[in-house]
Write a protein that binds this ligand. Structure first.
Ligand code: 1HN
Length: 349
């Protein structure tokens, strides 16, 4: 008996397997080596997408279908190792969404958590639970489970952002609920900026209590996050694997902004290669500023502003920026930590 080797299949064993197969039974010893692997083994592969190329297709999609008819006009970023499954990693979904001038992506709600990272255009809005926020480049916007949300674009430019959702995780648990709102746009009963003022000033309303597990802040403006990194640069305490890396938090408990998805923003200095790093959370990266290349599992991916690339679980990654660079990233680390599963390997750095 071994964790890595299958016992041989004798004719007697094979006949036995076939007999019990008809009764919905399977011998563990014939499948064990694939069930419990000594290290993560994933169909998810490293891959990169060039924003400019996808944008062309998105604009083309804009001429084919409206946001209203599509519900969400999105091109899904499918991991080449997971085609047909609407996954960018084993546990996460990602797509690029387009809202054209004058359009509305109608209000709905679901048990999946969503994040948006704004890439192109300026000034469209999203509404979450009765409050609107105007979206600018680099803003990190979240939609907690069960929150009504709709998007609109009152500008004269197309607006494109990256969506990240925990769809595969929710499917795994068979816990999906979704419903449409009777109106295309939900009623607005809070002034823009209300939640950022209440929860985003390192303070909380004095009697604030909640049982919700997601952050009450739903727009983390890029301006603020970027400024934090710029301030930290002066202290210059660079991490060999991450440069300067911050995580987006829920101000109520200091945990990640969402219970299932973790998100990060990091600054990497020009011409300094990071030390090799791997962790169990397959990660989606977006180059926000600057350009460079990342080597994932021995394969090199070149990136410039707005390009997207994905690193699978437990594959070595290094970044080599050719200019100062800012990377946004997200993964299922938030869920893995809660389950006691998350693990990293800093290659002794
Ligand atoms: C969704 O609600 C949005 O609200 C985007 O913008 C993408 C993909 C699958 C299911 C729901 C959004 C989505 C989604």
């Amino acid at each position: 008996m071994s964790l890595t080797e299958k016992p041989v299949e004798t004719p007697e064993r094979k006949a036995f397997y076939e007999k019990i197969d008809r009764k919905s039974l399977t011998p563990l010893w014939s499948v064990l080596s694939g069930l419990i692997t000594p290290e993560p083994r994933s169909a998810c592969v490293a891959h990169g997408w060039k924003f400019d190329e996808i944008k062309t297709y998105m604009i083309e999609a804009g001429g084919l279908i409206t946001a209203k008819e599509a519900e969400r006009r999105v091109l899904i970023l499918e991991n080449p190792g997971l085609r047909g499954q609407s996954r960018i990693t084993t546990s996460l979904y990602a797509g690029l969404q387009l809202v054209m001038p004058g359009e509305v992506a109608p209000a709905h709600r679901h048990s999946q958590s969503a994040l948006r990272f704004v890439l192109d255009g300026d000034g469209a809005h999203t509404a979450v639970d009765g409050e609107r926020t105007i979206m600018h480049f680099g803003d990190f916007v979240i939609t907690p489970p069960g929150a009504w949300h709709d998007h609109g674009n009152h500008t004269s430019e197309p607006m494109i952002w990256l969506d990240g959702l925990d769809i595969p995780m929710i499917s795994f648990f068979d816990a999906s609920f979704a419903e449409g709102h009777p109106k295309d746009e939900q009623p607005i009963f809070r002034k823009a900026g209300d939640s950022l003022a209440r929860y985003g000033a390192n303070m909380l309303p004095v009697d604030f209590q909640t049982r919700k597990k997601s952050s009450p802040i739903f727009n983390y403006p890029y301006e603020r996050s970027r400024e934090a990194l710029e301030q930290l640069r002066r202290q210059a305490e660079w991490d060999p694997c991450h440069g300067l890396k911050l995580r987006y938090v829920n101000p109520v408990d200091g945990d990640f902004a969402m219970p299932t998805i973790a998100a990060f923003l990091q600054l990497l200095p020009k011409d300094v290669s990071t030390s090799a790093y791997r962790s169990t959370d397959a990660t989606v990266f977006v180059a926000v500023e600057g350009s460079g290349q990342s080597t994932i599992d021995g394969e090199v991916f070149e990136w410039g502003p707005k390009d997207i690339f994905v690193a699978p679980s437990w594959k070595w990654i290094t970044h080599t920026p050719s200019s100062d660079a800012v990377l946004f990233s997200f993964s299922d680390r938030s869920a893995q930590e809660k389950l006691g599963l998350w693990r990293e390997d800093r290659g002794n750095h």
